[in-house]
Design a protein around this ligand. Structure first.
Ligand SMILES: Cc1cc2nc3c(=O)[nH]c(=O)nc-3n(C[C@H](O)[C@H](O)[C@H](O)COP(=O)(O)OP(=O)(O)OC[C@H]3O[C@@H](n4cnc5c(N)ncnc54)[C@H](O)[C@@H]3O)c2cc1C
Length: 505
């Protein structure tokens, strides 16, 4: 049977699934094509052996509540209510722990901070209030499609941008400047303005560099802290009943109920272009599928240079696309234990000082695995999951495959220094290297965000200056994944904004 589709969406990551749902809800006949055997992208669950099933990449996630409401996802089992805030527990060198819940009134948090500094405990409620306001501003920015500067359409772009400006102004004089200043600050500068206790500064700084190839002294850490705070709703990873994969499962179920189709094991080899217009795709199997509208949730570099090809694009655009900074430096080590690992619930951070974080980052600058890495650790029953930074994609010497067991030992030894029972409890180990992120999850250079969230690659410069509204030089081809404005992390904003732009035409 030869079915025709109004739109093809490449990839079944959560952003693609959100975009496809909005299009299907508007009555479009949509086909989602995913190269892996499972939908969900970075949210898809994986099994490494008997009793060893995990959310392999992302420890905790929330979809934007407005998307949950728009797409009636509660009907398919996704709760729009924010989960109760879980603690971020900073592991201190002397065996002490700093217990942090992003709530200015949480008694355990205030007592824990007070043990280090009475002044910092007094400041904590103001800090949380400021961060919540900053995150709300970023949230509004991610809701707003960016104009393709220097082109500015007063009718289309003027009102949304004026609203965003007004959101910023409404923060009040002090907080407005506070947010603007924070965006470009390093984590060292930013946390020193708030706190005197080094372990507290480092615990906050760790969230600022989490997932990014940035050190505690790099400019732009303030932006990434606000970005991560927005996505997490604070410092700790949000916990969703059923795990992060539930988001992808629910989006897939909702799409099918709206008449959309998802094909897994269907890798797009080429986006077909006819006179600068997208006309469909060709799969690696050789099959071609026609559609006048193609959205891609694969990263911009892969989409434009890999699937479209440089010959179809203006030379200057090709050069700019080649220059998008993709710099993955994250690895993951999962441990199946007998349950007697001794870790408490919550998000554990091994980030003793800001200097420690900066030294960990130094290694990445020189293409080396950090010898003393920053770790963020979560556990789910018998499984312990360790996020390791920095593990740069481009190693100066040797190959990643030769470093796998070294990485695993390093992560386990570093964590076991806090939890003596951990080593004896381990039954199986499964690690994910930056090269695995590229080979299995199609993340160019292992970059989780489809392009670093650095100051020159955000807002109207994401993915490229002049191309920030999901369009590309190919008519009918749109970008809807994390590499565009609103993307990076789980929220669905990039997918929703892309679909709305497509529907507006
Ligand atoms: C270890 C780790 C920790 C993270 N922690 C954080 C965090 O704390 N905070 C934060 O903000 N973000 C974090 N992230 C990033 C976050 O997970 C991503 O930004 C988000 O999941 C991207 O979703 P997406 O839908 O845009 O793309 P993806 O989930 O990457 O989906 C893209 C899909 O496209 C498919 N695809 C690619 N090419 C093709 C093709 N040719 N044909 C068909 N299909 C194709 C891929 O297989 C994939 O399924 C983390 C990521 C990792 C890996």
């Amino acid at each position: 049977m030869n079915t025709t589709f109004d739109a093809i969406v490449i990839g079944a990551g959560h952003n693609s699934l959100v975009a496809a749902n909005y299009l299907a809800k508007a009555g479009r006949k949509v086909l989602v094509l995913e190269r892996r055997d499972i939908a969900g992208g970075q949210l898809a669950r994986a099994s490494f052996g008997e009793g060893f099933s995990v959310d392999p990449l992302y420890a905790g996630a929330l979809l934007r509540p407005d998307i949950v409401a728009d797409l009636s996802l509660a009907k398919y089992g996704l709760d729009a209510k924010p989960a109760a805030k879980s603690p971020c527990i900073a592991l201190l060198p002397d065996g002490q722990r700093l217990h942090l819940v992003a709530d200015g009134k949480d008694a355990a948090t205030l007592a824990s901070i007070r043990a280090l500094s009475a002044k910092d405990a007094q400041t904590w409620p103001d800090f949380v209030a400021f961060m919540d306001k900053a995150a709300a501003f970023l949230d509004a920015a991610y809701r707003t499609s960016m104009p393709r500067l220097p082109h500015f359409d007063l009718r289309k772009d003027g009102l949304p941008l004026a609203k965003l400006g007004w959101t910023l102004r409404r923060l009040g004089g002090r907080d407005m400047f506070g947010v603007i200043r924070a965006l470009s600050m390093s984590m060292v500068e930013f946390t020193e303005e708030w706190f005197e206790s080094e372990p507290l500064r480092a615990a906050v700084a760790a969230v600022g560099i989490h997932g990014h190839t940035l050190g505690a002294m790099s400019a732009g850490g303030g932006f990434t802290l606000i970005h991560n705070w927005r996505n997490r709703g604070g410092l700790a990873q949000p916990q969703l009943a059923g795990g992060s994969a539930r988001i992808a499962d629910v989006l897939a179920a909702a799409l099918k109920a709206r008449g959309g189709e998802i094909r897994t094991g269907a890798e797009v080899a080429k986006i077909l272009v006819n006179h600068q217009r997208a006309s469909g795709v060709r799969l690696t199997s050789g099959e071609t599928i026609d559609a006048a509208t193609v959205l891609s949730g694969a990263d911009p570099r892969r989409t434009l240079l890999g699937l479209v090809g440089a010959v179809e694009l203006p030379p200057e655009f090709v050069w700019a696309t080649q220059s998008i900074k993709m710099r993955g430096s994250v690895a993951k080590v999962h441990l199946l234990t007998d349950g007697r690992h001794g870790l408490p619930a919550g998000t554990l951070a091994h980030a003793p000082t800001c200097k420690y974080l900066e030294h960990a980052f130094d290694a990445a600058k020189y293409g080396e695995l950090s010898t003393a890495p920053y770790l963020e650790v979560t556990s789910d029953g018998n499984v312990v999951s360790i996020h390791v930074q920095f593990a740069p994609y481009a190693l100066r010497c040797g190959t990643w495959e030769n470093q796998r067991s070294h990485l695993e030992t390093l992560a386990i030894d570093t964590l076991a220094a806090h939890f003596p029972a951990l080593k004896d409890s381990i039954r199986q180990i499964a690690s994910i290297l930056p090269t695995d992120l590229e080979a299995t999850w199609s993340l160019t250079e292992g970059d989780l965000h489809h392009g670093q969230l650095q100051l020159d690659q955000i807002f109207f410069m994401r993915p490229l200056p002049g191309w920030s509204n999901h369009r590309t030089p190919i008519d009918g081809l749109w970008l809807c994944g994390s590499g565009v404005h609103g993307g990076g992390g789980i929220s669905g904003a990039a997918g929703r904004n892309a679909a709305r732009t497509v529907l507006r035409g």
